[in-house]
Design a protein around this ligand. Structure first.
Ligand SMILES: Cc1cc2nc3c(=O)[nH]c(=O)nc-3n(C[C@H](O)[C@H](O)[C@H](O)COP(=O)(O)OP(=O)(O)OC[C@H]3O[C@@H](n4cnc5c(N)ncnc54)[C@H](O)[C@@H]3O)c2cc1C
Ligand SMILES: O=C([O-])CC(=O)C(=O)O
Length: 337
């Protein structure tokens, strides 16, 4: 065998990041990216794409910091390069505000973003319902540009692309030596993971070019994120809600809540409405196992379950997945790397 046949399942931000990391680092492997949906039809495409995260309960904070830092540094380098317009990655400054002072005033990533500080009383006067705030500069990664940009990078590294829905990993057993599963919410059925569940999110894209700074309520339900072509305003966090259609009640509630934070939004034209299902899990699953496929033990590296923070940590978890792929390859005596 001249090279290992590797397949990455899933072409959202997690799958594409993982596929690029593997194809660029392991040029002697043949890498196929297989997915039912590609950009612009993935969950990742509609995400606001702000680099921001809440901690997962059972993953050591050092590992989460590494995921955040590797991703942030990767995105920051793009935002500060000539690739920024094509890749849709920009710097974004703004604030997160809280109605009650939070127990943790500094999130674990406060020293990884730029210029993190507590807001002054003077700055908070703009938000009379809020008592505490954090100001910082982060990156905003717009996946409707970023995913096609990554896909081109993947193809340039020799990767191949196939559009197909899998009912079971068994369908891959004969064609591939190593499977990387980045199927997000699809993992619930594809690998029978009962711990995966949807958290429905609805957002609006509005025209308000005068807004340049983001505002996020610490409750995670109301946010205003100015972007390259429009402002994303949201949102909802509805657990176990599989509805993919726009809910009129949610639209009215988003406009009302965001208009209270930023009254000028009442003058903004609504350009689009969008619903996505966050691929949620108590903790993301970034680990390997061996699965019996058509009588053959095939290594599977999992990388899914990023919930509301997939754009933020995709590159970091992709590097971890690459490390797991390398471990699997070391155990294949015939593999040439
Ligand atoms: C409203 C909203 C706003 C958000 N804002 C942010 C934000 O500001 N910052 C942030 O970091 N995150 C945000 N997120 C979260 C982010 O969108 C997700 O964490 C991220 O998109 C997950 O990426 P993924 O690649 O795992 O999944 P997806 O993008 O859903 O991709 C899954 C891929 O797997 C494929 N697949 C699944 N099952 C199968 C199968 N059986 N056969 C073949 N292919 C299959 C799909 O077709 C698709 O290609 C937001 C989410 C929502 C809903
Ligand atoms: O929470 C946010 O600020 C944006 C986000 O990640 C989401 O809606 O999932």
């Amino acid at each position: 065998m001249t090279g290992v046949r590797l397949v990455v399942v899933g072409a959202g931000v997690v799958g594409l990041s993982t596929a690029v990391c593997i194809a660029e680092s392991l040029p002697l492997c043949s890498v196929t990216l297989l997915a039912q949906q590609f950009s612009p039809d993935t969950t990742s495409d509609g995400a606001a794409g702000i680099a921001f995260a809440a901690p997962f309960p059972d993953i050591p904070l050092e590992r989460q910091r590494r995921w955040f830092k590797d991703s942030f540094d990767h995105l920051l380098a793009i935002a500060q390069s000539q690739h920024s317009p094509d890749a849709g990655v920009i710097l974004s400054s703004g604030c997160q505000i809280f109605k009650e002072v939070p127990a943790t005033k500094e999130p674990y990533w406060s020293d990884l973003v730029i210029g993190f500080r507590a807001m002054t009383d003077h700055e908070l006067k703009r938000f009379p319902d809020h008592k505490f705030g954090q100001a910082f500069t982060t990156v905003k990664c717009e996946c409707s540009s970023y995913l096609p940009w990554l896909e081109e990078r993947f193809r340039k590294a020799g990767g191949q692309v196939e559009q197909r829905r899998l009912s079971s990993l068994q369908e891959l057993g004969n064609s591939f030596d190593l499977i990387v599963n980045c199927s997000g919410l699809g993992s619930k059925a594809l690998v029978g993971d009962a711990g995966v569940y949807p958290v429905r999110g609805q957002v609006l894209k509005v025209e308000a070019p005068w807004l340049t700074h983001f505002i996020r309520d610490g409750d995670g339900k109301t946010y205003i994120y100015p972007g390259v072509h429009s402002v994303t305003i949201g949102g909802t966090r509805q657990e176990e809600d599989w509805r993919l259609h726009v809910d009129r009640g949610d639209t009215a509630s988003i406009l009302e809540r965001c208009g209270r934070l930023e009254p000028s939004l009442k003058k903004a034209k609504v350009l689009a409405e969008w619903v996505g299902l966050r691929p949620s899990r108590r903790n993301p699953r970034v680990e390997r196992e061996r699965v019996l496929l058509q009588g053959r033990g095939v290594p599977v590296v999992h990388n899914y379950g990023h919930g509301g923070w997939g754009v933020t940590i995709a590159w970091g978890t992709a590097l971890d997945a690459l490390g797991l792929v390398r471990q699997c390859l070391k155990e294949m005596p015939q593999a040439k790397l």
